[in-house]
Design a protein around this ligand. Structure first.
Ligand code: GDP
Ligand code: IMO
Ligand code: MG
Length: 426
């Protein structure tokens, strides 16, 4: 069976959780490969709403195995809270969660650093989720991070490594950021307790994945964040610290490009962004407000309002290229119901130039739009592509033309059944 690589094609929150849930029944193993609990992936099943932060959204399907790869940074408390919450809500995690021993661990000092760095930046802040994600990836690249292997392994070695790390971090916190350091003994004690609870999930994910691939199991790789938040390809420095793009799947769980059968990009029918940074099609007017209210655009992790704007074809076409996206799932089409006119950004005006390719720096680019007539009827009750209003089909077809790929899935509501295939991809 085909492996699907699911990637956010905008600035995150495209509805990845919902589409992962939609596709999970057809796959055996669902894998997260980057990010951490900065992610918030929402799945609505009947009247129940679940927000997953670290555990792949496939966990809501009985019998599916979920894997957290080495590219993910793990806050053990956040992971345990998520396991507890799911268990309390009747989701059986036992033997269904595998956590990479190679994944790096987030410690309290990472969260403090994330916060104090943001404060120090003042008006130039990134607008991070303050979950310690960036500082944890910094330690990984500095070769001083602690991995799940250290956390659940030899206590003496963990003790020594953590002590050394906290000694260094306290100097940084106290001398550079003029804030209180952390108490080594209490962090050690707290984390040893987490280790006891998490040990049973930790394994060598590379072997696990390859052994299962040899048994013809099929995989769904669940991206977090989105292409424009990628530390290399995104709107740097207003990005996250990982690779939510296709390359991140290989380094984030140890599979090779040979595994790729299908790259599915997820894009909203319009655009949103949470946190700071340039956003060319942002609407600071009534239309933007309307999109935010109708679309309930508030962060699933921090609750912050999401900035809203029209669909940016340059941005999504760029994501198509960077990731080799085969087809797109377009979500939240229903939110555009009733708009008299809908705009699509087809080029940018940057100084005296008009460009149609997403540039290195979008800061001073002005969007150039084409206008499509809206459809004046609801779509949220539609369950088949052929029943969509003609003008909605025209909109979808135009998005396909402008982004250069076919649209395989359309979503018209937050629920599982409000999703349908346009072109089969599996
Ligand atoms: P993710 O981070 O990409 O998984 O997306 P989030 O869960 O952060 O945000 C997407 C939001 O849109 C969630 O509240 C979903 O329940 C909701 N959603 C997803 N698809 C649709 C859709 O087609 N229509 C509507 N109205 N809501 C949707
Ligand atoms: P999902 O997986 C939207 C944004 C933050 C901030 C920037 C850096 O739900 O799509 P970080 O805490 O990662 O250092 O913050 O990235 N960000 C997201 N925006 N959806 C997400 O995840 C995000 N994860 C991080 O708002 O602008
Ligand atoms: Mg989200």
């Amino acid at each position: 069976m085909a492996n699907v690589f699911l990637i956010g094609a905008q600035w995150g929150d495209e509805g990845k959780g919902k589409i992962v849930d939609f596709l999970s029944s057809k796959k055996d193993i669902i894998v997260r490969f980057q990010g951490g609990n900065n992610a918030g992936h929402t799945v609505n099943i009947e009247e129940k709403k679940f927000v997953l932060h670290l555990i792949p959204s496939g966990i809501l399907h009985k019998n599916k195995i979920c894997v957290i790869g080495c590219g993910v940074v793990i806050d053990p408390k956040a992971l345990l809270d998520e396991i507890d919450e799911l268990t309390q809500r009747g989701i059986d995690i036992n033997n269904r969660l595998k956590v990479s021993a190679r994944a790096h661990v987030i410690f309290p000092y990472h969260k403090i650093l994330d916060n104090v760095k943001e404060k120090k930046r003042g008006s130039d802040m990134i607008g991070t989720t303050c979950r310690g994600i960036g500082p944890a990836y910094v330690d990984k690249a500095m070769r001083m991070g602690l991995r799940m292997h250290d956390l659940v392994g030899d206590k003496e070695i963990f003790y020594k490594k953590l002590k050394q790390n906290i000694k260094e971090k306290n100097v940084l916190l106290e001398k550079v950021f003029e804030t209180e350091g952390v108490d080594f003994e209490s962090v050690y004690k707290e984390y040893i307790e987490y280790a006891e609870k998490l040990r049973k999930y930790v394994c060598d994910v590379v072997s696990y994945i390859h052994n299962n691939a040899e048994e013809e199991k099929s995989f769904l790789f669940e991206g977090a964040q989105g292409t424009l938040l990628d530390v290399d390809f995104g709107t740097y420095p207003y990005v996250t610290s990982s690779h939510p793009t296709i390359g991140g799947t290989f380094t984030g769980c140890g599979v090779s490009p040979k595994y790729v059968d299908n790259v599915l990009g997820i894009a909203k029918a319009y655009t949103t962004r949470v946190g700071k940074g340039p956003f060319v099609t942002e609407l600071n007017d009534e239309i933007g407000k309307n999109l935010q209210e109708k679309g309930r655009e508030f962060g699933a992790t921090t609750g912050r309002p999401r900035r809203c704007g029209w669909f940016d074809a340059l941005a999504v076409r760029y994501a198509v290229r960077v990731n080799g996206i085969d087809s797109l799932a377009i979500t939240k089409l229903d939110i555009l119901d009733g708009f008299k006119e809908i705009k699509i950004c087809t080029s940018y005006k940057c100084g005296d130039k008009v460009i149609d390719q997403f540039p290195v720096d979008v800061t001073n680019c002005i969007p150039q739009y084409e206008t499509i007539e809206g459809w004046n009827s609801p779509t949220d009750n539609i369950r088949d592509y052929k029943d969509l209003p003609e003008k909605a089909v025209k909109y979808i077809n135009r998005l396909s033309e402008l982004t250069g790929v076919k649209i395989s899935i359309v979503s018209v509501g937050a629920k599982r059944q409000q999703t349908f295939f346009k072109d089969m991809i599996l």
